[in-house]
Write a protein that binds this ligand. Structure first.
Ligand code: 5GP
Ligand code: ZN
Length: 116
């Protein structure tokens, strides 16, 4: 499958890895919008929130249970924002479910984790 984040998970495309376990992978965004900007993705290819099935609940729960640790590892020391862009109107550019974790500085309200 021609999916950038699947290639990053597989090591085919290099990334700045923050955390990995059997279910999820976290790495720094290539175009950070904050001092800490980490992407957290499931290893299973899921296109977006729209494509989540009820059986994916364990994966989503695991992502959220690990986000506090990943945020700390990434340099979010005093809070963070979690965003998932889904579909055209949200500006989703990579069609593999991912959660932006933004922080490391006081965030302006307009930051939404998607490039212009
Ligand atoms: P989206 O716009 O789909 O919510 O977010 C996709 C994110 O992936 C963007 O913030 C973009 O900067 C990031 N991104 C795109 N290509 C790469 C890449 O090759 N490596 C990394 N680390 N991040 C990428
Ligand atoms: Zn993928």
């Amino acid at each position: 499958m021609d999916c950038l984040f699947c290639k990053i998970i597989g090591g085919e495309v290099p990334s700045n890895k923050i955390y990995e376990d059997d279910m999820i992978f976290a790495f720094r965004d290539i175009a950070p919008e904050a001092k800490c900007h980490v992407l957290v993705v499931p290893k299973k290819h899921i296109g977006s929130i729209d494509e989540l099935k009820s059986e994916d609940g364990e994966i989503v729960a695991h992502i959220f249970s690990k986000i506090p640790e990943i945020a700390r590892l990434g340099g979010c020391t005093d809070g963070y924002r979690v965003i998932s862009n889904c579909g055209h109107d949200a500006g989703q550019s990579v069609k593999h479910l991912h959660f932006h974790v933004l922080g490391g500085e006081k965030l302006p309200l307009h930051i939404n984790g998607s490039m212009e």
